[in-house]
Design a protein around this ligand. Structure first.
Ligand SMILES: *[C@@H]1O[C@H](CO)[C@@H](O)[C@H](O)[C@H]1NC(C)=O
Ligand SMILES: *[C@@H]1O[C@H](CO)[C@@H](O)[C@H](O)[C@H]1NC(C)=O
Ligand SMILES: *[C@@H]1O[C@H](CO)[C@@H](O)[C@H](O)[C@H]1NC(C)=O
Ligand SMILES: *[C@@H]1O[C@H](CO)[C@@H](O)[C@H](O)[C@H]1NC(C)=O
Length: 269
């Protein structure tokens, strides 16, 4: 259940509704919303409540808001890759910052973890989340994602003082620009370490899913979302259908990504 929510939704609190606590898996965006009363503090909120709260607080378009996520990331790396800004040198995130951080993280993780995997769905999520820093968390007036702003969201999990949300809705297409820049600049293809610890590219999915990275990530996502979810009933099934529709709407923004698939992966934990 939890793994499905985390994987398909990228929004654990919305679907699994875990209680806030030591095992709370909500990201900074969720906690920030809870800390400011947008969603219940105990984490029990409906999918609709969370989507509406995200849209309101961060000015996200509905489809994109539904796929919102924010993982913790290492602010320390900003000192190495950051741009200069009002709060000093190396204090602003830009695309080059994200590229530098991702390249370094991938190299380190690949070397440190013999079972390292960076499948298309994970790459898509990782690059999408990185792009949120620029589009969702940046000060809406200056468009700058500075160290104090990102620190406030990710460390304190509160809205920074004098922070303004984006003036117009943040869309999936806007985020796609930064994701594309990451894909172009980070040379690692989707893949995984083999038994010898050598990184090997994953095989391409069948057509039409090999038509773009976004479409391949979509296929990989559904291939790793438990197929048994299709056989649920009632409100649960309604949510599965809603989420499958959202996933397809996002994926089908890529030309040629025309085939909808329902979850067909092995059962999770
Ligand atoms: C976090 O909160 C503390 C206490 O309110 C404050 O002193 C600190 O500056 C905040 N840090 C960030 C990065 O916002
Ligand atoms: C956001 O930008 C405005 C200027 O448009 C500035 O006054 C404010 O301090 C900025 N907020 C943060 C958190 O940097
Ligand atoms: C997708 O796979 C088909 C069949 O293997 C191949 O003919 C086609 O060129 C591939 N498309 C792309 C964009 O790689
Ligand atoms: C879903 O239900 C159908 C019809 O009962 C069955 O044939 C199929 O194997 C089930 N799928 C899964 C993944 O359990």
């Amino acid at each position: 259940m939890r793994s499905f929510a985390a994987a398909l939704l990228l929004l654990p609190a919305a679907f699994a509704a875990p209680r806030a606590g030591p095992n709370d898996q909500r990201g900074p965006a969720m906690n920030t919303l809870a800390n400011h009363g947008y969603i219940p503090r105990n984490g029990i909120a409906s999918f609709e409540e969370i989507t509406l709260a995200l849209m309101e607080a961060f000015n996200l378009e509905l489809i994109f808001g539904a796929n919102m996520a924010a993982n913790n990331m290492d602010l320390l790396q900003l000192g190495k890759f950051g741009d200069n800004g009002p709060d000093g040198d190396n204090t602003v995130f830009n695309v080059e910052t994200l590229v530098g951080i991702k390249k370094q993280n991938i190299l380190m993780d690949q070397a440190a973890n013999s079972e390292f995997q960076f499948a298309a769905r994970r790459m898509n999520a990782a690059y999408g989340e990185a792009s949120f820093l620029l589009n969702v968390f940046a000060n809406g007036t200056t468009k700058q994602a500075t160290l104090p702003i990102i620190g406030s969201f990710f460390r304190n999990q509160t809205f920074p003082p004098n922070w303004f949300r984006a003036a117009s809705p943040v869309t999936g297409a806007m985020n796609g620009v930064a994701v594309s820049a990451l894909l172009a600049a980070v040379p690692t293809p989707p893949g995984r370490n083999n038994a010898q610890g050598v990184y090997v590219a994953d095989p391409a999915p069948p057509p039409p899913f090999n038509s773009s990275f976004g479409c391949a990530a979509y296929f990989d996502q559904l291939a790793n979302t438990p197929g048994v979810l299709v056989n649920t009933t009632g409100i649960f099934k309604k949510n599965v259908e809603l989420l499958a529709d959202i996933e397809f709407q996002l994926a089908s923004a890529n030309p040629g990504c025309t085939q909808k698939v329902l979850p067909f992966g092995p059962a999770g934990e």
